[in-house]
Design a binder for this molecule. Structure first.
Ligand code: DGL
Length: 299
């Protein structure tokens, strides 16, 4: 438990949700954040609604058992398919990533002075749910949703790079270099973005509707520029963190103005691949994750 006595549970199907935790930590000083990556059952994005709801409920209940007083569903797919079930099943506030992301998109569209059209990149399940299109429609924003199923595995494998891309350079062991791997990801992105832009000629903003995609942001912006469509890129992580701050304050759970509470503390759990989590997690969180504890939530 943190200095404020507040415990916040955050879950994702993997470690992509750490991009949300990263934005949240500075806003919840003194609290204790328990993060669960349901890595054994990832990806959620290619599963049916029934399965996603079942996985999301068991992940949420685990965090509740760890003392969570507020739950952040740091997964677009779980938010799209299971948010209402989670809210109905849990006696604590539940914050998802879609509404905050859509509100951020509305602001961005206003700033670039458009009639309100946004391109949303997401997993197959999120796109098929049309959760983004519905949430956008309530705010008079037209959304074109594009499924990009290859991006999660590429990010999970760490095939990303901030530097120059090189198709040819071999790695030190004679295998493919990081740059060569990143080149593959760039080609995949080029195909997805080319198709999406063709279907959404009026869009001026692009919403990253999957927690893994912020890791590709630089590459997405570079590709958009190369394709002659430099859309404003929106990441829902920051907006979600602010939504959590708002809910805490509405519920009287905020820390108030105490300056002595110290940084938020973190504890990490995963249902599989803890070493991979420990290795790749820092890329998502922007700082070391330390020891990740293995937990078995069943099938
Ligand atoms: N966390 C998921 C999302 O944000 C992506 C990974 C998955 O498909 O499980 O949609």
């Amino acid at each position: 438990m943190g200095a404020t006595g507040l415990t916040i549970g955050v879950f994702d199907s993997g470690f992509g949700g750490l991009t949300v935790l990263r934005e949240l930590l500075p806003l919840v000083a003194g609290s204790h954040c328990v993060y669960l990556g349901d890595t054994a059952r990832l990806p959620y994005g290619s599963k049916s609604r029934e399965t996603i709801v079942r996985y999301a409920l068991s992940s949420a209940r685990f965090l509740q058992r760890q003392g969570a007083q507020l739950l952040v569903v740091a997964c677009n797919t779980a938010t799209a398919l299971a948010l209402e079930d989670l809210r109905a099943a849990l006696p604590i506030p539940v914050v998802g990533v879609i509404q905050p992301g859509v509100e951020a998109a509305v602001t961005a569209c206003r700033e670039v002075g458009t009639a309100g059209e946004v391109l949303v990149l997401a997993t197959q399940a999120t796109v098929e749910s049309h959760a983004y299109a519905r949430a956008c429609a309530t705010l008079a924003l037209k959304a074109t949703e594009k499924a990009c199923p290859l991006l999660v595995p590429l990010v999970e494998e760490g095939w990303i790079c901030e530097g120059t891309l090189d198709e040819e350079t071999p790695g030190e062991d004679g295998g493919a270099s990081d740059a060569a791997r990143a080149f593959v990801t760039a080609q995949v992105l080029r195909i997805y973005l080319g198709e999406a832009l063709r279907d959404a000629p009026e869009s001026r903003a692009l919403l990253l509707g999957c927690t893994h995609y912020p890791l590709l942001r630089t590459e997405i912006e570079r590709t958009l520029a190369e394709l002659g469509r430099p859309l404003r890129v929106i990441d829902s992580a920051q907006a979600t963190a602010r939504a959590v701050e708002r809910v805490l304050s509405e519920q009287g759970m905020a820390r108030g103005d105490r300056a002595d509470v110290g940084d938020a503390t973190c504890e990490f759990f995963a249902t599989d691949s803890v070493q991979k989590f420990e290795r790749l997690g820092p890329r998502f969180l922007g700082r070391p994750v330390g020891k990740v504890q293995l937990v078995d939530l069943g099938g």
